[in-house]
Ligand binder design. Structure first.
Ligand code: MSP
Length: 654
């Protein structure tokens, strides 16, 4: 299975600080690099900064800096992004480095030697924002297709015979249907090439911030020829050991706006230079912010450093990769991130870890038991694990991160269900030691698999989980997760911090503020006779004082479900409350805080079947998030409404 895997981000312009768009590409690429290292592939991950060209020269001038000082100023935060977001790039290239300039000059000479470069005069629309020429029909209202202003420019310069490569590019696309992904971009690109390619201007002479054209004073190399070459200059250029090792196994991950440069210009330059083409290009979509285009003027630019600091780099990465299909556009909202943090990370994954390790401590002193008696629940969980493993591999081959994560979370869900169904606390009470051992072992081994599989998506948290479980290095490889049962008995687990602690502002943002209750309007009285004016509407006859009658539709809005109490403990901060863990047949457990401490002791409650108001908005009660309400009645003595003990959890009650 092991192979060679070279993956790149675009190199970022040094005219502003990194934003969510840059972080997105880098996080996606890092996830792929980590995944391939996990598989055992010889992997190389490159990122860097794009430092030449008119755009940088102009922004330097505006800032009152020399272009090199401007480049140094803004390259640094892109490099720092690696530490902040846990990016594992093996190299970081800057196009102002000597190692890069030498390879750009070599590319030029190779293309020239192929007869593909000639001197001519150019006149046309140029967009500094895109660093690209546009034809008259592409310019609308003085703007390029990406919305940047264009200006008319006339210049003597060197041209590249792009027109010569149209057929060869189409033939390459035919032979490699995966060369450009997703498929919609492949089709778009094909149509563009079929429309006919024009030669392009590849040198500039009206400014000097660039790499000099070999043998042509006064000309600098067009910034896209310069920038694209980073993918091979960082390997040392043709013939260098790293080049021999990793080229052409490259996958270039880019945003959709720079597809043409990567999938038309770059392959044509390489063909001309007599070099093999990369393996493929993946163009991802763009993020809007709370439904709006991200822009400095709107003040809604999302700072990845801030996000990583607030939610942790793992949660930020998880959200970006889980939220949208890689390849399509997405909308970022901090509330969305919080919701996934609270639900999928803390509630589903985090709780599974905490509960499993907690039960292991409680029932086995934190030491891994030997396998024991098998039970019917084991096969169901095993089948989910088998299916998920295959789905994960398939999804990652297609760079479908959201599907890969969903596959892993199917195991999280199944394991939570397994806890409820096997009810280890009942096994412990009944002294069914052998079965209890097997259940605890199965949960820990499932956690090991989950820990290894989530390493690319949640690098810090997954490693922390594996540390808490005490998993040795040889059981943290992909290979070691192909079979179930690797964890040795006797392994000592470690007590650790909860994986996904409460968000600091949870009280304020996640709990619904109590809404003032609007008094329901009483039904209208029959229209009184004109001659006897009525100043007050009489109360509806059937309604008891204070409560207005409701329609059936209002009642139907309540989602009442049977639920089984699986755990109960005193509320940490409130004497009147009991903190309950209930199973409402959803494949996950809920926490519900009930004000019944005066009438029940926690131990009496476990195993009871009760009625849960399941669609009550979650609300924090004295620091514990409560997800629903249990029905109870009584004035002085409150009694929980219970259902017969064998009532299955999750049944709708109406
Ligand atoms: N310097 C060129 C790339 C040269 S690669 C040989 C460049 N740099 S950039 O800094 O402007 O953009 C880098 C990447 O960020 C691009 O892939 C672009 O698509 C991406 N994004 C910029 N804004 C974005 C969003 N709002 N959302 C997602 N990605 C976005 O282009």
């Amino acid at each position: 299975m092991a192979g060679t895997f070279y993956i790149t981000t675009p190199i970022y312009y040094v005219n502003a600080a990194p934003h969510i768009g840059h972080a997105y590409t880098s996080l996606a690429v890092d996830t792929l690099a980590r995944w391939h290292r996990l598989l055992g592939d010889d992997t190389w991950f490159l990122s860097g900064t794009d430092e030449h060209g008119l755009k940088i020269e102009q922004s330097a001038r505006a800032a009152g800096l020399e272009p090199q000082a401007q480049a140094d100023r803004w390259s640094a935060p892109f490099r720092a992004m690696s530490a902040a977001l846990d990016l594992t790039n093996d190299d970081f290239i800057r196009t102002t480095e000597a190692r890069h300039k030498a390879v750009v000059a070599e590319m030029w000479r190779r293309m020239e030697a192929a007869g593909d470069i000639y001197l001519s005069e150019y006149a046309g629309w140029y967009s500094v924002g895109d660093e690209a020429w546009f034809s008259a029909d592409e310019v609308v209202d003085g703007k390029s297709p990406t919305g940047h202003p264009v200006e008319w420019m006339e210049e003597v310069g060197y041209f590249f015979r792009l027109s010569k490569y149209g057929e060869a590019l189409l033939a390459h696309l035919d032979a490699h249907p995966d060369f450009v992904r997703p498929a919609s971009r492949y089709n778009e690109l094909r149509r563009f090439i079929e429309g006919g390619l024009q030669d392009i201007s590849i040198s500039r002479s009206t400014f000097s911030w660039g790499i000099p054209v070999p043998g042509a004073d006064g000309h600098v190399v067009y910034v896209w020829v310069d920038a694209l070459t980073n993918y091979i200059s960082a390997l040392g250029g043709p013939g260098a050991p790293a080049f021999e090792r990793f080229w052409p196994s490259a996958i270039h991950v880019i945003g959709k706006d720079i597809l043409r440069f990567h999938a038309v210009y770059w392959p044509a330059f390489l063909m001309s230079a007599g070099l093999p083409l990369p393996k493929g290009i993946f163009a991802h979509g763009w993020w809007t912010i709370d439904g709006q285009k991200m822009s400095k003027s709107l003040g809604n630019v999302v700072d990845p450093f801030e996000m990583a600091q607030k939610y942790g780099p793992d949660a930020f990465r998880y959200f970006l990769l889980r939220e949208v299909t890689f390849g399509t556009d997405g909308d970022f909202s901090e509330q969305g991130l919080k919701n996934r943090y609270r639900g999928e990370l803390a509630n589903d994954y985090g709780n599974l870890c905490n509960r499993t390790l907690g039960m292991l401590r409680k029932y086995r002193g934190g030491v891994m038991p030997a396998r024991g008696e098998a039970g019917p629940e084991d096969a169901t969980l095993a089948a989910v694990i088998e299916a998920a493993r295959a789905q994960l591999v398939e999804a990652m081959d297609e760079m479908a991160f959201h599907r890969a994560i969903a596959a892993i979370w199917s195991v999280v869900g199944a394991a939570n269900k397994y806890v409820v169904e096997t009810a280890p606390w009942v096994l412990a009470k009944g002294k069914q030691e052998s079965r209890l051992g097997e259940v605890l072992y199965t949960l820990c081994e499932t956690l090991r698999l989950l820990g290894v599989w989530t390493l690319p998506f949640l690098p810090r948290k997954a490693a922390a989980l594996l540390d808490q479980l005490g998993v040795p290095a040889d059981l943290r490889t992909w290979q070691s997760t192909l079979t179930f049962g690797g964890l040795p008995a006797g392994l000592q687990t470690q007590e650790g911090e909860p994986l996904f602690p409460r968000l600091e502002d949870e009280d304020e943002t996640l709990a619904e503020p109590a809404k003032p209750v609007k008094p329901a309007k009483a039904p209208k009285a029959p229209t009184p006779a004109k001659e006897s004016p009525v100043t007050e509407t009489p109360a509806a006859p059937a309604a008891p004082a204070g409560i207005a009658p409701i329609e059936y539709d209002d009642f139907a809005k309540l989602e009442l479900r049977s639920a089984r109490i699986v755990e109960a403990e005193p509320h940490p901060n409130a004497d009147k409350l009991i903190k309950l863990t209930v199973d409402a047949g959803e494949g996950r457990l809920r926490t519900v805080c009930a004000g019944i401490a005066a009438w029940y002791s926690p131990a009496d409650l476990v195993g009871k079947s009760v009625i849960l108001l399941a669609n009550l908005k979650p609300r924090k009660l004295r620091g514990v998030m409560s997800e629903g309400m249990l029905l109870a009645g009584g004035e002085e003595t409150v009694t929980l409404i219970t259902l017969p003990g064998d009532h299955p959890p999750g049944t709708r009650i109406s």
